[in-house]
Design a protein around this ligand. Structure first.
Ligand code: ADP
Length: 230
């Protein structure tokens, strides 16, 4: 299963990506984690990206694309979190996956408002004290998301690959207890596997309902979007 997870900072991307990766037995590839590990190791890459991370700016596309190319080289499946963030990165990823004939199965978009995102990031800053959780860096990261990464979201929306999840539901990000959220299922790309993805959602007791893609749902009766686990 090759899944891309998109959404602003504070949308619960990391939490959900981990859970999905675990369920599918594929690696959770989070570019932020890779870069923070490089900083912690004091590697050359770490020294180069450290000031960029602290400001909440974006690491140059070329460097990110090389890093991802290397990381995904031998992986059949993955949950990709934090990449692509710019159109250039998205184009590079698509070309990379096309080349090896391994298209994405689904793109998940977690949607939260800036208010909710900011509140969550502030709370996390208080709890974890990440270097880029200063108010200025938080503002910068959200601004870059709206300016650059929303174009990436739009690109995948037009390619018909996304699943939209309301990331503001209170139990969406909680680990234990009840996990139930609304999922709008979109058509997968060529070769994508909606059936397997729906099974996953069902196993995790998510409620799936017909949304913007009613036409698609009608055309795929086997994977028809319908209320589940109600
Ligand atoms: P967040 O999504 O909360 O900003 P991440 O952990 O995904 O945090 O990323 C942390 C930082 O790593 C980003 O602010 C950015 O500086 C850098 N980074 C991560 N992924 C990318 C990417 N695809 N392109 C450029 N910079 C990136």
């Amino acid at each position: 299963m090759r899944i891309l997870i998109l959404g602003p900072q504070g949308s619960g991307k990391g939490t959900q990506a981990k859970r999905i990766a675990e369920a599918y037995g594929v690696p959770h590839v989070a570019t932020g984690d890779i870069l923070r590990a490089a900083v912690a190791d004091g590697s050359e890459l770490g020294a180069q990206v450290r000031p960029i991370l602290e400001r909440g700016d974006l690491v140059p596309d070329e460097l990110m694309v090389d890093l991802i190319r290397e990381r995904l080289a031998d992986e059949d499946g993955f949950v990709l979190d934090g990449f692509p963030r710019t159109m250039a990165q998205a184009e590079a990823l698509d070309a990379m996956l096309d080349e090896i004939g391994k298209p994405l199965d689904a793109v998940i978009l977690l949607q939260v408002s800036d208010e909710v995102a900011t509140a969550r990031l502030r709370a996390r800053a208080a709890a974890e004290g990440r270097a880029d959780d200063s108010p200025e860096a938080i503002r910068n990261r959200l601004r870059l998301y709206h300016e650059l990464t929303e174009l990436v979201v739009e690109r995948y929306r037009l390619a018909g690959t996304e699943v939209v999840v309301d990331g503001e539901r209170p139990h969406f990000v909680s680990h234990g207890g009840q996990r139930r959220h609304d999922v709008v299922l979109g058509p997968p790309r060529r070769g994508g596997d909606v059936g397997a993805f729906l099974d996953f959602l069902r196993r995790h007791q998510m409620s799936v309902h017909e949304g913007e893609n009613a036409q698609f749902a009608a055309a795929h009766s086997a994977t028809r979007c319908r209320p589940l686990c109600r």
